[in-house]
Design a protein around this ligand. Structure first.
Ligand code: RNT
Ligand code: ZN
Length: 396
């Protein structure tokens, strides 16, 4: 008997259908962030990374052109079985010499063609950092109305790129606004910048676009490097904004207090916003954007999505950038971990565990939660990889 046949039987004995899990697993899109491939530099010809984020490390192989980045993404995709989207930032188009308030879908047609050929979806992000007009650490909330207007125009244009991606690929494009705005030191007025941010977002989202093509999202944050004391777009700000305006909320795993995790937020937020975007990441002491591990929090995130049937409303993206290791492997290790966590969740005998809980039989609940850790999900993973022509194990 093969390892898979035996695992299939073991799961069947506890009421879990491994074939159904494999079939479901394969359809869940994971949005692969392009910026791991070049340390968030983009193709404007600018080498500075600002906005309070940092990619460190000097591993060789940083992509220098869009073609190189796509080639490297192809290599990563071959190692990550299952449905995928590619998540782009505005600085990754054919944008040399084009300022951010002038980008159009045409600057991203090479990406669209490439994605269509491969059946990939495309997500998008305005880039509100690494630019002379973000040098004060303020963009959408800058006191100068001309600077605010520049960034509002940029974001509006980015929504048009997202709409175009949605039309071209036939898969909805999630367009996520993250603004680095904040202060290094103690603010005097925490309110005015938040009022400006609300007004700017209202302008950005004023044009209604087809929800079949684009989902608008906003991403909160606690602090950044050099932005330690005040972030305009805090969690409370964006949670309120998303609920009030029916915008998707992005939860980045690295954007909360060091011991705070996003997995328990998913169920709570799901009651009040329709769509959620996840930036699956790994903070180490700060929002350091390390490669995601198959750790307790990643498993918890996957279980929250699967247990509550939220797959059609929770959009799973990755967000990390580690320049100290092979960048293709960084994507592959992280992406496979996300997929593995989803598989483990799909293979859980949830109905029985839930029943024990409903019966207030907490001994049985604990016992089942612990016993399931020994189930042979690796055999199912290997079977899945074999069927997808992806390696069971990564080797350099
Ligand atoms: C920054 C946010 C944001 C960026 C990317 C590059 O802290 O997490 O999502 O990482 O947009
Ligand atoms: Zn993020």
């Amino acid at each position: 008997m093969s390892a898979y046949a035996s695992a299939k039987q073991i799961y069947a004995n506890i009421g879990v259908d491994t074939e159904a899990a494999i079939a479901r697993l394969d359809t869940i899109p994971i949005s692969i962030h392009c910026w791991q491939g070049d340390d968030v530099r983009g193709f404007e010809g600018n080498d500075d990374l600002t906005g309070g984020i940092q990619a460190t490390g000097n591993h060789p192989g940083r992509a220098k052109t869009a073609d190189e980045l796509r080639t490297n993404l192809d290599k990563a995709l071959a190692l990550i079985p299952g449905a995928a989207k590619i998540n782009l930032h505005a600085i990754y188009g054919d944008v040399k010499g084009i300022d951010r308030d002038a980008i159009t879908p045409a600057h991203f047609s090479a990406w669209a063609d490439w994605a269509v050929e491969r059946g990939l979806g495309l997500d998008f992000n305005p880039t509100l950092f690494s630019h002379p007009k973000s040098a004060d650490g303020l963009t959408l909330t800058h006191p100068d109305p001309a600077i605010r207007a520049f960034w509002i125009e940029h974001c509006k244009r980015c929504r048009k790129v997202g709409e175009y991606f949605g039309q071209k690929t036939g898969q909805v494009s999630v367009v996520n606004v993250w603004a680095p705005d904040g202060y290094k030191d103690i603010p005097a007025d925490q309110l005015t910048p938040r009022k400006r941010l609300e007004k700017a977002l209202d302008e950005i989202f004023s044009e209604k676009l087809d929800p079949a093509h684009i989902i608008d999202a906003v991403e909160s944050k606690l602090f950044g490097i050099g932005v330690e004391s005040y972030t305009v777009g805090s969690h409370e700000f964006y949670m309120g904004y998303a609920v009030k305006n029916n915008i998707a909320l992005c939860l980045d795993a690295g954007h909360f207090h060091p011991t705070e995790v996003i997995s328990p937020k998913i169920s709570a937020v799901s009651l009040f916003v329709k769509n959620l975007l996840l930036h699956v990441s790994r903070p180490v002491r700060w929002d350091s954007d390390h490669v995601v591990l198959l750790d307790d929090e990643l498993l918890a995130i996957a279980h929250e999505i699967i247990r509550h049937g939220l797959l059609d409303r929770v959009h799973i993206g990755m967000d990390f950038f580690d320049g100290s290791i092979d960048r293709i492997m960084a994507w592959a290790i992280g992406g496979r971990n996300v997929r593995k966590a989803l598989l483990v969740a799909l293979l859980e005998p949830y109905a029985q565990i839930k029943k024990a809980e409903e019966n207030l039989d907490f001994t049985q609940r604990l016992l089942m939660l612990e016993e399931k850790k020994m189930l042979p999900w690796q055999a199912v993973w290997n079977e899945y990889c074999n069927r997808k022509n992806a390696p069971e194990r990564l080797v350099l």
